[in-house]
Design a protein around this ligand. Structure first.
Ligand SMILES: Nc1ncnc2c1ncn2[C@@H]1O[C@H](COP(=O)(O)OP(=O)(O)OP(=O)(O)O)[C@@H](O)[C@H]1O
Ligand SMILES: [Mg+2]
Length: 596
């Protein structure tokens, strides 16, 4: 292994060495048996390739010169053996190299995915989904390609080349010298292409990411695109990215293609010179024609491995760009982690408190500056306040999607930082504004609320959420497919499904982010009923936008610029000329009118 690394050093630019070292040490060990078999096969290929050049001398000398039948048959037998062995070795190499490679991809993908699942919300703002997709697919494959390239180059190609050079030197020592002068000259030419290809390749990957991003945005925002007739604009944006990729792909192709003809032409010259010189030599006597043909065969056979080795650096550098991006993701530090001494959150009534909480998403931009709060167990608290006042930030902290910079968030007196994620999340239900549904059936989407829920539990939850009736009207009932992000359901139906999911979870603490979108009054009545059942007896924190929601809450908490400016029941707050009174008059959404 050490020797391989030293050999690598000459081939790889400084900033990529560590990367290759890591790639090999992380993947080689686990795949060692498969690579060992593939390497034996490659050595066999290298040996047989050289042998096939060597045997040509005997073919020519025995069949053309000596014409001894016994010897000719022996040579024929050896030729058959050489090519059979080579065939078997080629098959073995392919199978085992693939086996190891596919496993490397699979393992990398699982590893990356497990890592990104543990990441906090800030991570997902930093890496958009298109970027994650690229890194999990294309870049994981690059890891495999780089390893394949290294193994085939340093084992099969290098040893083939060494073997063939040995054949050349033994058959025609002087003439070999000529080839060795021309060969390296070509390699130097190729190397100058490396750097340019790498730069273009990096830009290419970036543009590719943009294309994916554009398609994703189209799929997610198709309503807006259609409603605002943004088709032309989107098309133009796409066109720009697509043309970028096209142009760069052409540049890369041009540069890469240039390396072949350079080698080809030089080899042609080399062979021509060698042939001419050799012919003179043989005519002068002393050498058999078999030696000449064997030499030329070895020279021709050496062309391919030599070409691949010369181009290896170009291919390697471009593959390593993908590998670097993959590792960047794998190494993204986990900022929000479970304490090593984390214990399960002990059951309790579900009182949530903030004590001197200092929090900001970015350094130097505090959102909360010593915030103290208390959400009473079993009661409903409505959070109201202007946009940007910190409502969502509060629920982010309660769910521990972020940690405060100082101070503490506690549930029944237990600091969230000291408890296991699992036990914390088990105690909390969340119904968001965006009613996110996963692709799959209705049953599956409700069942996500609790592991191993029975069919009865699911139906009971759906009934309580006023969802059972509409589900039964669907052709396939609970087995109906919801479509991507619930695309086949109405807004009100989706909301009722997410309520059913929360109902099934049956947690003491309920966090609700009320939808701002208006629903028709029938739908709204159904949802309000379902909500009333859901919130009964739970500690409920609700970001309220509607007057009716606020009116039903036990306590109202008014936020302004990250501070609680007023708190108390609605009647009390309305009796003062305070901030709530102003919000009440200006901001809260009225309810839909009575059913028509
Ligand atoms: N992920 C984030 N990164 C950086 N800043 C953020 C992030 N999320 C929110 N903020 C900032 O934090 C402040 C409080 O935002 P928050 O989302 O808590 O407000 P809100 O009361 O929920 O508003 P809205 O009613 O519009 O949802 C805002 O100034 C906002 O710009
Ligand atoms: Mg918000």
């Amino acid at each position: 292994m050490k020797g391989t690394f030293r050999m690598l050093d000459k081939y790889i630019s400084d900033n990529n060495k560590g990367l290759v070292r890591r790639l090999l040490s992380e993947n080689f060990k686990t795949q060692a048996p498969w690579y060992a078999i593939a390497i034996v096969a490659m050595l066999t290929i290298a040996g047989m390739t050289s042998a096939s050049a060597w045997i040509i001398r005997d073919i020519v000398n025995e069949t053309v010169v000596s014409k001894d039948l016994d010897k000719v048959l022996k040579v024929a037998g050896i030729v058959a053996l050489i090519f059979t062995l080579k065939g078997i070795a080629a098959y073995t190499q392919d199978v085992f190299l693939n086996k190891a490679g596919n496993n490397i991809i699979a393992r990398s993908q699982s590893r990356i995915y497990a890592h990104i699942l543990k990441q906090d919300m800030a991570f997902y703002t930093r890496f958009p989904s298109s970027e994650l997709l690229m890194r999990l697919t294309t870049n994981a494959q690059a890891a495999r390609q780089v390893i394949d390239l290294l193994v085939t180059s340093f084992v099969r190609d290098l040893f083939s080349l060494i073997g063939l050079i040995a054949v050349m030197v033994i058959q025609q020592p002087v003439l070999s010298l000529v080839s060795f002068i021309v060969g390296p000259a070509a390699i130097i030419g190729i190397r100058t292409l490396t750097k340019r290809v790498r730069r273009i390749m990096e830009a290419e990957l970036l543009s590719l990411g943009k294309i994916i991003e554009n398609v994703q945005e189209t799929a997610n925002g198709i309503r807006v695109i259609k409603a605002f007739s943004l088709e032309n604009e989107m098309q133009a944006r796409m066109q720009a990215h697509v043309s970028d990729v096209e142009r760069r792909a052409n540049s890369i192709a041009r540069l890469e293609a240039a390396s072949s003809p350079i080698m080809e032409t030089l080899s042609g010259f080399a062979i021509a010179i060698v042939t001419a010189l050799n012919a003179i030599w043989v005519l002068k006597g002393g050498h058999s024609p078999g030696e000449l043909v064997s030499f030329i065969a070895a020279l021709l056979l050496a062309y391919d491995p030599a070409k691949r080795l010369a181009r290896m650096r170009v291919s390697l550098e471009s593959g390593l760009i993908g590998v670097r991006k993959m590792y960047e993701l794998m190494d993204a530090p986990l900022t929000l982690t479970e304490s090593e001494k984390a214990i399960d959150l002990a059951p309790g009534p579900g009182e949530v408190r903030f004590d001197k909480v200092h929090f900001g998403y970015q350094d130097g931009q505090p959102i909360f500056d010593g915030l103290d709060l208390r959400f009473e167990a079993g009661k409903t608290t409505a959070l109201v306040g202007a946009s940007g006042s910190g409502k969502s930030s509060i629920i982010n902290l309660v769910m521990r999607l972020y940690d405060p910079q100082s101070g503490s968030v506690t549930i029944d007196g237990q600091d969230l930082k000291a408890v296991t994620f699992r036990s914390l999340r088990e105690r909390i239900s969340y119904v968001g504004q965006d009613t996110y549904l996963f692709s799959g059936t209705i049953r599956h989407n409700i069942a996500l609320g609790r592991a191993n829920a029975t069919e009865e539990d699911i139906i009971a939850a759906a009934k309580a959420a006023n969802a059972h009736d509409f589900i039964m009207q669907l052709p396939q009932g609970y087995d109906s497919d919801v479509g991507e992000n619930g695309g086949k359901l109405s807004g009100g139906q989706k909301q009722r499904l997410t309520i059913a999911r929360a109902m099934l979870r049956n947690a003491e603490i309920l966090i609700l982010d009320e939808a701002t979108s208006a629903l028709d009054s029938v739908s709204e009545t159904l949802i309000r009923e379902a909500m009333a059942r859901l919130t009964a007896g739970r500690t409920t924190i609700i970001i309220a936008h509607r007057l009716s929601t606020v009116t039903q809450a036990d306590t109202i908490m008014v936020l302004d610029k990250g501070k609680v400016v007023e708190t108390g029941p609605q009647a009390e707050l309305l009796s003062r000329e305070g901030p709530y009174r102003r919000l009440y008059e200006l901001q809260l959404l009225p309810d839909a009118g009575p059913p028509a």
